[in-house]
Ligand binder design. Sequence first.
Ligand SMILES: *Cc1c(COP(=O)(O)O)cnc(C)c1O
Length: 408
Amino acid sequence: MENRNNSHIAGVAVEELASLAGTPAYVYDQAIIARQVQRLQRAFSGTPTRFMYACKALPNIAIMRVMKELGTGLDTVSIHEVELGLLAGFQAEEILFTPNMVSFEEIKKAVELGVHINIDSIPMLERFGHAYGSRTPLFIRINPHIMAGGNERISTGHIDSKFGISIHQLRHVERIVASHGISVHGLHMHTGSDILDADVFLRGAELLLESASLFPSLRYLDLGSGFKVAYKEGDITTDIEDLGARITERVKRFNSERALPVEVWFEPGKFLVSEAGTLLVRVTLLKQTTATVFAGVDSGLNHLVRPMMYGSYHHIENVSAPNGTPRIYTVVGNICETDTFGWDRKIAEIKEGHILAIRNAGAYGHSMASNYNSRMRPPEILVAEGHVRLIRRRETVEDLLATQIVEG
Ligand SMILES: *Cc1c(COP(=O)(O)O)cnc(C)c1O
């Protein structure tokens, strides 16, 4: 993990960041996003590869624009993410729409907008064939039944998963495709988040490549995501350079035997934005119980649900007084439900009013935030080359009431 100066984020003093929009606040370091994108681009520079930023991780338009500048496309999972992507300046052909269990109306809307569409089930493939025949090419999401992913809730490729069309149903797919004259432009798999092993990607790639002969118009091979990042010191992460070398070698060999070469796509979300993000919170209360010292903060599971939902570890530092004597704290939020950010953490001595930094909060942080307990979602700040910019303001009571019918 990166060694950051404790009381600065992207070179800006934490107190200055907190004074811009108060606490709690999400802060993103653009340089780290760029570093992550470029690391992937370098590792796969040997074969045509496109990275489609999975924007559900952090769907702020300003972040999407940063990605566009860096040369990524966009992976979207709802028609509204498609709309945000177009608004951010992506061309329709730079956007892939990978929905799951949506109505055909949503698919039709995506066809009208002209984005690539990834079909996730046999019935949807049939309906698509009836409606568009050979006119609109598509991607097919294959479930390769590879067990992967950090925990069962984020693993999507296994046998009981709701995602994709089973690789064992390819004959059926082939018949539907032939009968409607459908042009299959892409084969896709996404086996889950937090894949440690390059072998999982390679096994998946192998299965997709074996299936490719069924679809002569194929031009994209989308291997999804699951690149693992370090949440704590010593965590094992995906070896991107090794993966790049091995996929490149395999795809080159495949393309040398084919009239129409395939381009490799990936859809990283977490890998691009997780480390770039920090949730700044302020300590409101220190509470000593019989066994524990609780540091209560002005945030909670309504702002960062990952520790509670997935048991995720997020490193916590005292950025107001980083050099104090380390003591053991359990850091909790203010929600009327157990919302523990970290148990028994060694943190530089905390006083009420101090600001704590909760690290690796860029992915699935703000994007999964809610108004639970009728509390406001935090603002978002982007720091680029020392320049600090508010990219989402804090909500107000008016925002809470905006959709409620107040008149009795
Ligand atoms: C969520 C998702 C991703 C991104 O996963 P990360 O673990 O954030 O990299 C990619 N593709 C699809 C289809 C997804 O649903």
